[in-house]
Design a protein around this ligand. Structure first.
Ligand code: NAG
Ligand code: NAG
Ligand code: NAG
Length: 504
């Protein structure tokens, strides 16, 4: 990109020379989203009324589709729901990424009462250690007037505090000690502490400017979406920077716009970011992340703004009984590309507990091997001593003296050996442990907050953020719903709790 550099150096000066350049590590388009993401099927960790489907089930129910250039994942908009909730989809990348440039070309995001869609990245285990980055997150986005979803939303009232925002708010969630410092951006800092344990896990949030263009919700869809670009540079400049360009924005950089661009890329020419999370003190708070797309229904974050958005009745009963109201509750993705310094992924998303369970397994296995080697050594030593003792015992006797063995068994040398500790494996023996330490269910998806994980988290001392990992809000952290938490912050700066503990 010589020509870029030349232009940039000319127009922006020294800083451009310092902006790092990245190589394509992964490109997801069409079927690639289905193949290279795992489908999360456990109970919703956020207490929602949603039934996340496997790939096979989502496909057979028509909630998953793709062609050569688009990928769509949707909420069921045909049936009255039952069981644990309305059918939906939650996927998380099989690869993990760290610093780099992430570009999503999004064509449509879910809207509708009760919906809580998000595009985010998160540590897989021990959340909030390792961090979470919410890039796009909506709640109760209203459908277009007179659309199928609108008409099916009987008794939709005017939102009690103005129209839902058309400006996305991105946020970070970390362990204690990470805060934003002042930064240059077109957006607005809403909350500065990223600590998930305070402000009900509001995290540190920056709302994009909506001056020129919608970056979330109905209006985003009406303009056929746009591009979200994140430059995650935590280890370098100590920041995470986000840009948004609407579909019709003439200034979108060509390498962002072109979903097949796979050359070297840098953010040097992208101008002032919409959100500039400058976090120089947080280098240890972000590790390798999976990328997640999900459409939750109800759940605590959604509930907190449900009525204020004008949505009717109670969220769960609405979601249960009004399938047509979910006609616009789908993500349509054109392309997601991740560029990294070396053009490689950071790591593979692992089975649950890779960081601890598998590590414990590896340690146990190593101990078994070491004990086995010691055992083999002792065994050989014993045989040598036995042979020596036998030779001594036999020496004064005739070769056919049958008392040999009893003599041998009572020699001092044999007593000294004693025998190995029971359970130590000898070479060739197979461990009889009932369960390999790493053999838990592979957790696909970043964020199971099932009971097992919950209890594990508690044991490990992460109970304060509650039982959640990888971005699960703790239900007990949910406050009484503020008057209009999701929509009021621009009017009332005290309502920083617009994100009551959301982390998914
Ligand atoms: C919705 O329908 C009503 C009644 O037909 C009509 O008055 C209104 O203009 C429509 N709104 C839009 C945005 O088309
Ligand atoms: C745009 O942002 C301003 C300031 O944050 C807010 O008051 C207004 O409601 C927003 N408008 C829309 C349509 O979201
Ligand atoms: C973010 O803000 C800081 C502080 O103003 C600034 O130095 C930095 O250049 C900004 N980052 C980007 C990518 O614009």
């Amino acid at each position: 990109m010589v020509h870029y550099s030349a232009i940039l150096l000319g127009s922006f000066g020294l800083s451009t020379a310092m902006a790092q350049s990245y190589k394509i590590a992964k490109s997801y388009v069409g079927q690639g989203f289905a193949d290279d993401f795992d489908f999360y099927t456990k109970d919703d960790p956020t207490g929602g009324y949603v039934n996340y489907l496997s790939r096979a089930d989502a496909t057979s129910k028509g909630l998953l589709s793709y062609d050569s250039s688009t990928f769509t994942m949707a909420v069921d908009a045909q049936n009255v729901a039952s069981g644990r909730g309305r059918d939906s989809v939650r996927i998380s990348s099989k690869d993990r990424f760290n610093d780099g440039i992430y570009i999503l070309d999004l064509a449509h995001m879910p809207v509708g009462c009760g919906t809580w869609p998000a595009y985010w990245t998160t540590t897989e285990h021990h959340w909030p250690n390792g961090g979470e980055i919410d890039i796009l997150e909506g709640a109760n986005g209203l459908p277009a007037e007179n659309s199928t979803a609108w008409s099916a939303t009987a008794n939709l009232k005017s939102p009690s505090s103005g129209f839902p925002p058309n400006a996305d708010t991105s946020s970070l969630h970390t362990r204690p000690g990470c805060s934003l410092v002042s930064s240059t951006q077109t957006g607005m800092i809403k909350t500065t502490s990223c600590d998930s344990k305070i402000n009900n896990n509001a995290g540190c949030g920056i709302q994009y400017s909506n001056a020129t263009t919608a970056s979330i919700g109905l209006q985003l869809n009406q303009q056929n979406g746009g591009w979200y670009a994140m430059w995650r540079d935590v280890q370098g400049s100590g920041g995470i920077y986000m840009w948004f360009w609407a579909r019709n924005d003439a200034t979108v950089p060509q390498e962002v716009k072109d979903g097949s661009f796979a050359g070297d890329i840098s953010a040097a020419s992208w101008g002032v970011p919409a959100a500039n999370f400058t976090i120089p003190d947080c280098k240890k708070d972000f590790n390798d992340h999976v990328i997640v797309f999900n459409i939750a229904l109800c759940g605590d974050y959604t509930a907190a703004s449900y009525s204020a958005a004008g949505c009717p009745g109670s969220c769960a009963s609405f979601v249960l009984g009004n399938p047509l109201a979910f006609a616009d509750a789908y993500f349509k993705l054109n392309a997601l590309r991740v560029f990294t310094a070396n053009g490689q992924i950071a790591s593979k998303a692992g089975p649950e507990g890779l960081a601890t369970g598998a590590l414990a397994g590896i340690i146990v296995a190593a101990v078994i091997v070491v004990l086995g080697v010691i055992g083999a050594f002792l065994w050989r030593l014993r045989r040598k001593r036995r042979a020596a003792a036998t030779a001594r015992a036999l020496a004064p006797r005739a070769m056919n003296d049958l008392s040999t063995s009893s003599v041998v068994s009572t020699t001092d040398s044999d007593k000294d050996e004693g025998g190995y500790p029971v359970g130590v494996l000898l070479p060739g023996e197979t461990p009889t442990r009932s369960k390999a330490p790493g053999a838990r269910d592979p957790r696909r998806g970043s964020a199971s907050a099932n009971t097992k994980k919950g209890s594990k988290a508690s044991k490990k001392g992460y109970a304060a953020a509650a039982t959640n990992e990888s971005g699960h809000r703790a239900k007990q952290n949910v406050p009484a719903a503020p008057a209009n938490p999701a929509f009021a912050f621009s009017n009332n700066q005290t309502k920083d709790k617009f994100r009551p503990g959301w982390a998914v």
